[in-house]
Design a protein around this ligand. Structure first.
Ligand code: SF4
Length: 337
């Protein structure tokens, strides 16, 4: 298998000087996926590049469109493994939710990806390549996608080096030049990784999937949570905030009669004392065989009101792409119907 050019950082590109700039422009500004189309490079150079590298991390893409305009892209990687990215066009911005792994080892009980188990880590080029491939399918320039969340398949902090190398590729002025204020990494709460992330020069935003403020409930939902208790996660969040000054988002999937009790809202508010935070309540996105139900509207509102009355910044995030199996927790490699 030829090496993937997208795995390289700009400074490691095989060409020098203005040729390197031209090559980077073809890849990241124009989103070209074959060397032969790079008309301002000499033919011999294009042929040499083609013999040494590939620009295409995927051999196939299938699409599932949602009524709300979101599109799930089901990619087949060069080794035949599959993973997904979700494109969400809003009126004022275009957002993409990308994956960092095939499957996921975290095994969150309410998440269809967790049920798949772990396949493998994605390389930096396979991660950033999702943006380029989505842009190509959607017929937009890659740089039109300005918002990005690491919230698809996988736990990015368990694929730390590749996830951060991919973030470097997104943020570099020589590539996609994304703003670090518009890139969010979501973790299931790995305290060590959060502390390490605080020291990265690639200063992306942090979202922590807490889902429960008490150990017992959290461990019943996230089997791997035993390795990182809530206290450790909150301490790591404080450490991250001290260094970065960044507000932290806490994701909270609302599960009927599991984590939507008012005493849990009280405990959550207590846990977040002293942190600049924002809580996203996410009505659980149903999937076949999950065994969970979404909280009722009444319970969701009561939980929201309680948090708000306790001074917590809170919002309800209704996931996009539900009918296409593209919403949070639904990514399960389902083929188009
Ligand atoms: S919620 Fe995230 S961390 Fe948990 S299993 Fe799903 S993809 Fe993995």
């Amino acid at each position: 298998m030829k090496p993937l050019l997208l795995d390289l950082q700009p400074q490691d590109y095989p060409l020098g000087g203005y040729r390197r700039t031209q090559l980077l422009e073809w890849v990241y500004t124009w989103g070209v996926s074959d060397f032969d189309s790079m008309s301002n490079l000499p033919k011999a150079m294009r042929e040499e590049l083609d013999q040494s590298y590939t620009l295409e991390p995927f051999i196939n893409t299938e699409l599932v469109s949602s009524r709300d305009g979101s599109v799930k892209h089901l990619f087949t990687l060069r080794d035949g493994q599959k993973m997904e990215a979700v494109y969400m066009p809003y009126e004022d911005r275009k957002t993409i939710c990308i994956s960092t792994m095939v499957g996921c080892p975290a095994g969150c009980k309410f998440c269809a990806t967790g049920r798949l188990g772990f396949g493998r880590n994605l390389t930096p080029g396979e991660i950033v390549g999702q943006i380029l491939a989505v842009a190509r399918v959607q017929k937009i320039p890659p740089k039109d996608i300005r918002n990005l969340v690491f919230m698809g398949m996988g736990e990015p902090l368990l694929n730390y080096e590749h996830s951060f190398n991919a973030a470097r590729l997104m943020l570099s002025p020589e590539t996609l030049d994304m703003s670090n204020r518009r890139v969010t990494l979501s973790t299931v709460g790995l305290a060590k990784g959060i502390r390490k992330m605080a020291l990265e020069e690639v200063n992306v935003k942090l979202a922590i999937s807490l889902h429960a403020p008490d150990e017992e409930t959290r461990r019943s939902l996230i089997p791997t949570a035993a390795a990182n208790n809530i206290e450790e996660i909150i301490e790591a969040a404080h450490a991250y905030q001290e260094v970065t000054g960044r507000r932290i988002t806490f994701e909270y999937s609302m599960l009927k009669n599991i984590n939507d009790h008012l005493w849990q809202a009280d405990l959550l508010a207590k846990r977040l004392e002293g942190l600049i935070s924002h809580v996203n309540l996410i009505p659980m996105n149903p999937w076949e065989g999950s065994g969970f139900e979404e909280s009722t509207e009444v319970q969701l509102q009561a939980f929201y009101d309680r948090l708000e009355s306790l001074g917590i910044a809170v919002s309800v995030r209704r996931s996009r792409g539900r009918d296409a199996g593209a919403a949070c927790g639904q990514l399960a490699l389902k083929q188009p119907a």
